[in-house]
Design a protein around this ligand. Structure first.
Ligand code: ACM
Length: 528
C-alpha cells in the first residue's frame, strides 16, 4: 500500500526489524541515499544506522541495472537483510521513500516515538516511473511563503516520489527573486499595500500590507536541500505579462513613458506588460543571468501566459518595433519576445519552458506547459514541442474540491476533486504515438491568490497531490482497487507528517458524511 503505486510489488513472508544494532552498507555513489535514510528516520526512531562494511541494510549503485532507468529502483526486504539497488542515485532516493512508507507511520514523525517496533513487511519491489517530470508548481508571488515552508514542501514532494518543485517567483502582485543588478525588484516589487478580498473584480480590499522576498543564500540552500532528496527546483520568472511588480520597481520597462504604477493589489489578468525596447530585453537577460547562477536546473520557466497586448497596440514604440521586425501585428511580439529570451537561455546551456494556452507560435526548442485544455497539449506536441501536462481541470489545486458551502474560496469555474486529479490522463489514449512521445510528464499547480497560509496550502494540496503523484509515477494504478485503499492507509502517514489535509473519502461512507473518527483539520477561516 505504497503511494505512488509501485510498478511491481510482491509480498513475501516475514518481517525485517530495524534496531539500534542495524548498520548500513553503502556502495560508492550510494552514500547520499544512506545519509538521507539516516536523516529521515532519526527524529522519530533515534536509530543511528551506523555505516559498516558488514551492514545488513545494503544500498548499492549499479550502472549495470540500466533497465531501471534514471529513477527506478529494486528493493528486496528479507527477514535478515535489506537490499536497495538502482542504476542512478535518484533511484536510491526513491527507494528510501518506499522504506519509509513500509515502516509504521510513526517513523514519519518529527518527534521521538517510543515503544514502536520499527518493523517492515518483507517485499520484493521493482519500481520504475512512467514519466520523468513529476512536479508541483507553487506560486509564492501572490502570497509569499518562507523558505522553511518550501523545505517542508520539498520533503513532502520527495515522500511522494515527485521530482520537480516549480517555483513561480514573480507576478503582478509580488517579486520574490533577489536580483543584485536591480535591487528595487524586491525592495519595491516585493511589497504591496493591500490585497483584493474575494475573486477578481470584487472591488473590495483588505488593509493588510503583504511583503516578502528570498535571499540568494536561502534559495541556494533550498536547491541543495532539494537535490539531496531527488527534487529539482525549477525557477519561473514571468514575462512579458504578469510583470506589474517589476514595472512598479522600474517604470521605464513599461509601454508608457513617465508612468508610475504600484505593485498590483487586485487578482486577475493585469493589462500592464513589459515594453519591447532593447532595454527590456537586456533587463530580462540580466535578471535571468542571476537566476541561472542560483538555480542549476536544466529547465528555466519564463511564464509567457495571459499576456494582453492592448498596451502594445496602443504604444507607437511597440507598433514600430513590430513593423521593423516584419510582424503582422503587435500581438506577434509575444512570440518574438519569448523567442529572444529563449535563445539567451539556450546559449547559456539551459532549456526554455513556458505556459501554453493556444496555438500561438513559439520556437520548437521551447518545452511547454499546456494549462487550459488537454487538447492544447496535443496541438503543441504536434507542432514539435516537448510537453509537460498541466490541464487545469485535473491539476489545478487552487480550484475548490467540492461545492459545499464550508469550502474555502477557490478559483471560479469548476471543481477539481480527488477523483478528477486521479482521473487526469497525462497522455490520453487516443493521442498518436509521436505526440505521446513528446510528453515529459505532468505537475500540479497551486496558485496562491486565495492561499495566505501554509495550513491552507496543505489543505488544498493533500490528498490531491497524492493522486497526481500516483498517476505520474504509474498510470496503470486503478482508482478503486489500488489508489483508494492505499490512500486510506496513507492517512496515518499524512497525520504523522502533521499535514493539515482534507478528509479522505472512505468508500464505505456516503460522500460528505462526517466521520466521527476522521483525522482532519478544518482550513483556517479564509476571509472572503
Ligand atoms: C496560468 O494559469 N495562467 C498558467
Amino acid at each position: 500500500m505504497i503511494i505512488p503505486h509501485p510498478s511491481h510489488l510482491a509480498r513475501i513472508p516475514g518481517h525485517f526489524t530495524f534496531d539500534a544494532t542495524t548498520c548500513v552498507r553503502a556502495s560508492d555513489g550510494a552514500q547520499g541515499a544512506a545519509d538521507l535514510l539516516r536523516t529521515l528516520l532519526a527524529p522519530a526512531t533515534g536509530l543511528p544506522l551506523r555505516p559498516s562494511p558488514t551492514g545488513r541494510v545494503v544500498l548499492a549503485l549499479d550502472p549495470e541495472l540500466g533497465g531501471l532507468g534514471a529513477e527506478g529502483y529494486g528493493l528486496t526486504v528479507g527477514p535478515d537483510a535489506v537490499l536497495l539497488r538502482a542504476a542512478r542515485p535518484a533511484g536510491l532516493l526513491h527507494g528510501v521513500q518506499t522504506i519509509r512508507q513500509l515502516l509504521p507511520a510513526q517513523a514519519l514523525s518529527e518527534r521521538p516515538e517510543s515503544g514502536v517496533a520499527w518493523r517492515m513487511p518483507c517485499v520484493q519491489v521493482t519500481d520504475v516511473p512512467r514519466f520523468g517530470w513529476r512536479g508541483m508548481m507553487l506560486d509564492v508571488a501572490r502570497h509569499f511563503q518562507p523558505v522553511s515552508f518550501l523545505r517542508r514542501f520539498v520533503d513532502l514532494l520527495a515522500f511522494h516520489k515527485l521530482n520537480v518543485l516549480h517555483l513561480h517567483l514573480t507576478d503582478d502582485q509580488g517579486w520574490r527573486m533577489p536580483v543584485a543588478a536591480y535591487p528595487r525588484l524586491t525592495e519595491v516589487g516585493g511589497a504591496r499595500s493591500r490585497s483584493m478580498i474575494g475573486r477578481s473584480g470584487s472591488g473590495r480590499f483588505d488593509d493588510l500590507p503583504h511583503a516578502g522576498a528570498y535571499t540568494a543564500a536561502e534559495l541556494r540552500s533550498l536547491v541543495a536541500y532539494a537535490a539531496e532528496r531527488g527534487v529539482t527546483v525549477v525557477p519561473e520568472i514571468e514575462m512579458p505579462g504578469h510583470t506589474r511588480a517589476a514595472l512598479a520597481a522600474y517604470p521605464h520597462l513599461g509601454n508608457v513613458p513617465g508612468r508610475e504604477l504600484d505593485v498590483w493589489t487586485e487578482w486577475g489578468v493585469c493589462r500592464n506588460i513589459l515594453g519591447v525596447h532593447d532595454e527590456v530585453l537586456d533587463f530580462c537577460r540580466t535578471v535571468l543571468g542571476e537566476v541561472l547562477d542560483v538555480f542549476p536546473s536544466s529547465y528555466v520557466h519564463i511564464g509567457g501566459d495571459e499576456c494582453p497586448v492592448t498596451e502594445w497596440e496602443e504604444s507607437p514604440a511597440a507598433r514600430r518595433r513590430a513593423a521593423e521586425l516584419g510582424l503582422a501585428a503587435p500581438k506577434d511580439l509575444r512570440g518574438w519576445f519569448l523567442g529572444r529570451i529563449g535563445d539567451f537561455l539556450i546559449e547559456a546551456g539551459r532549456r526554455p519552458l513556458c505556459w501554453a494556452e493556444d496555438s500561438g507560435t513559439l520556437p520548437p526548442e521551447f518545452t511547454v506547459m499546456p494549462w487550459r485544455d488537454t487538447d492544447h497539449g496535443l496541438a503543441a506536441a504536434r507542432r514539435g514541442h516537448d510537453v509537460i501536462m498541466a490541464p487545469h481541470r485535473s491539476t489545478y489545486l487552487d480550484y475548490p474540491q467540492t461545492e459545499q458551502p464550508g469550502e474555502p474560496l477557490g478559483q471560479a469555474g469548476g471543481i477539481v476533486d480527488l477523483r478528477a486529479v486521479h482521473g487526469g490522463e497525462t497522455v490520453p489514449a487516443d493521442w498518436e504515438p509521436a505526440a505521446a512521445a513528446r510528453v515529459l510528464g505532468t505537475q500540479a499547480q497551486l496558485w496562491s491568490e486565495f492561499v495566505p497560509t501554509a495550513e491552507h496550502a496543505e489543505y488544498l494540496v493533500f490528498p490531491r497531490l497524492c493522486a497526481l503523484a500516483d498517476r505520474a509515477w504509474n498510470p496503470a494504478g486503478d482508482w478503486s482497487t489500488d489508489f483508494l485503499p492505499a490512500l486510506l492507509r496513507h492517512e496515518d502517514r499524512l497525520a504523522a507528517l502533521g499535514i493539515a489535509h482534507r478528509t479522505i473519502p472512505h468508500p464505505a461512507v456516503p460522500p460528505h458524511t462526517p466521520r466521527a473518527t476522521s483525522r482532519t483539520t478544518s482550513p483556517r477561516t479564509i476571509s472572503q
